[in-house]
Design a protein around this ligand. Sequence first.
Ligand SMILES: Cc1ncc(COP(=O)(O)O)c(C=O)c1O
Length: 352
Amino acid sequence: MTALLPSESAPADDPHDLAHHGDAEVGDGLVDLAVNVRADTPPAWLTERLAASLSGLAAYPDATAARAAVAGAHGRDPAEVWPVAGAAEAFVLLARALRPARPVVVHPQFTEPEAALRAAGHVVERVVLGGDLTLHPGDVPEAADLVVVGNPTNPTSVLHPAATLAALARPGRVLVVDEAFADTVPGEPESLAGRTDLPGLVVLRSLTKTWGLAGLRVGYVLAPANLVTRLAAAAPPWSVSTPALVAMQACTTTAARAEADRAAVALRGDREHLLVALRRLDGVEVRGSDPASSFLLLRVPGRTDVRARLRDRGWAVRRGDTFPGLDGEHLRVAVRDRTTMDAFVDVLREVL
Ligand SMILES: Cc1ncc(COP(=O)(O)O)c(C=O)c1O
C-alpha cells in the first residue's frame, strides 16, 4: 500500500507508524507469517473466472450484478451495497463523505481507518483496550458520532460479541464494523452484515484475505441506502474494476461461501494446534482470551529483539509496535498449516 507521509497519517508525537503494513516485512527467503492472506489462494476456479472476465475489459465496469449478488448473500437490498477496491478504500470514502464532530477509533486495530480519517482532516480520538482486550460499550464516549471497530479485530484476533457491537449503535452515530476477517470464523456467528435494524450501521467486508485477491482490490460496504448514496458521491468513478466485480459475484455464491466456511473450520484446527504449542513455551503470552481469526497476537515480555532474531532465521512475523495500544514486545503471527507452525514454534523456542 502507498505509504502516507508520517505527518499526514498521525500526530507528530505519535510513535505508531499507521502506514506500516505486514507486506513491508516479507522478503525473499523468508517464511511469510506477516501477511494475513490465506495460503494457496486464489483457487483455480476463481482465477479461471477472473481470466474469462478479461475479454470484457474494453467496457467500463457495471456493478449491477455484483451488488445484487452481495445483497443476496447477506439478505440485503442492492441499494445497501457499495463495492469498493478493497475494504481500505471504504475507510477513505467514509473519511471523505462524513463530517463527524467526534470520531472514535477502537484500538488496537488495523491502522488505516485512523490514517484515512486523519488524512481527511478529522481529529481522531482513540479508545485503547487493555488487559484481555474485551470491549465494553461504556468504553466508547457517548458523544462519539463515528465509531470504528474491527470484528474479528486485526491484530488481536479478538471476536467481539454481536450484542456488544449492536449496543454501540444509536441514532446520530455512524458505527463502522470492519468485518474484513469475518469469514475466517466458522458460521460468522458475530457478524452484523445482515442487520438492518441498527441505526447508522456500516459493515465492511473484504474478499482479499480469504480468497487471495489482495492484488485485485475487492471488498464491499453494507449500509443503509442513504449512507451508500453518500459514499457513492465521494467515490472516484469506476474504482472497482470489472475483474473485481466478477470476483465479488464469484465469492458470494452459496458454494463459495461454503468453501470459505470449510477453510475457516480447518483454520480453527490449525490455530488450536498452534495455541497448544505456544502455551507450552515459557516467555511468550497469547493476547486475548479466545483468539478467533487467522492470526495470533503474541507478547514476549521484556524481549523486543525476537522479531529480528526470527527474521535472521528466515521467519517474517508482523511487528506489533505500529499499532496504538501495543509495543515492541508484541508480534502478530499468521496461522498456517501445522507443519509450518511446528517449525515456527521450534525456532521461536530457540530464540527465546
Ligand atoms: C482489519 C482489516 N481491515 C481491512 C483491511 C483492508 O483490506 P483490503 O485488502 O480489502 O483493502 C485489512 C488489510 O490488512 C485489515 O487487516
